[in-house]
Design a protein. Structure first.
Length: 201
C-alpha cells in the first residue's frame, strides 16, 4: 500500500521502530547517569563525614567517638551520626541518596531507629575508644562505608540488552568506602567484610 506521497506502511513502521529503539537507549543512558550522580553524591557525603570526624578528634584530644555500628543494638551507646551531628551543617550528609530504605515508607514507619542512624556504617569494633594518632596503617583500614552493597548498581535496561551487558552478581556489587587516611575506594562487600575481620580489635 502506498499513498500519494510515496510513504509505505512498512517504512512508517520502520521509522516508528527506530524512534522506539532510540527512546529506549536514551532512557537507559539517562537512568545510568542519575545512578552515577547519586554514587558521586554518596561519596561526597562520606568525605564530608570524614572531615567532621577529624574535627571531632581534634576537639576531643585525639579521641575517636565511642559510637556503635549500625547493626549494634546497645541503647547506651550513641551512633556515629549522633556523635558527629553537631559538626555537620545538615543531616543530609549522613544519608546516601541511593539508600532504598529512604524510599520505603513502610520500612520508615516500622523501623525509624534504623533510618535515624543514617546510611553509613563504620568499623566500630576497631576504632571505638582509640586515639586516632595511635592508629597505624590508616591507608589500609576502612573507616566507614555504605551500610549495604548494591545501592549503586544500575538496573539492566534496553541499552544493556543491546550491548549484552551482564547484571552484577551479588558478590560483585560494590560500595563506597573511606579509609582512615581519608582516601576513598569502591570495593565489594566481601572485600569490606575481610577488611573488618582483619582490623577488628
Amino acid at each position: 500500500m502506498q499513498n500519494k506521497n510515496g510513504i509505505t506502511l512498512i517504512s512508517l513502521i520502520a521509522v516508528i521502530s527506530i524512534i522506539i529503539c532510540l527512546s529506549g537507549i536514551i532512557f537507559s543512558v539517562a537512568v545510568r547517569g542519575l545512578s552515577y550522580a547519586d554514587k558521586l553524591k554518596c561519596l561526597n557525603n562520606q568525605r564530608q563525614i570524614y572531615q567532621i570526624f577529624l574535627e571531632y578528634v581534634e576537639d576531643n584530644h585525639d579521641s575517636i567517638p565511642f559510637a556503635k555500628g549500625l547493626d549494634e543494638k546497645d541503647p547506651s551507646i550513641i551512633s556515629m551520626k549522633d556523635a558527629l551531628a553537631r559538626y555537620a551543617d545538615t543531616d543530609a550528609i549522613f544519608y546516601c541518596p541511593s539508600d532504598p530504605r529512604l524510599k520505603d515508607k513502610e520500612f520508615e514507619a516500622e523501623k525509624p531507629e534504623a533510618l535515624a542512624n543514617g546510611s553509613y556504617d563504620w568499623n566500630a569494633k576497631y576504632f571505638r575508644g582509640k586515639n586516632f594518632s595511635q592508629v597505624e596503617n590508616k591507608g589500609d583500614i576502612i573507616l566507614l562505608g555504605d551500610f549495604r552493597s548494591g545501592w549503586h548498581a544500575h538496573k539492566r535496561g534496553f541499552i544493556d540488552w543491546i550491548l549484552q551487558t551482564q547484571a552484577e552478581s551479588p558478590e560483585n556489587r560494590k560500595i563506597n568506602v573511606i579509609y582512615a587516611d581519608g582516601h576513598s575506594g569502591y570495593v565489594t562487600e566481601k572485600e569490606w567484610q575481610e577488611n573488618l575481620r582483619k582490623y577488628s580489635v
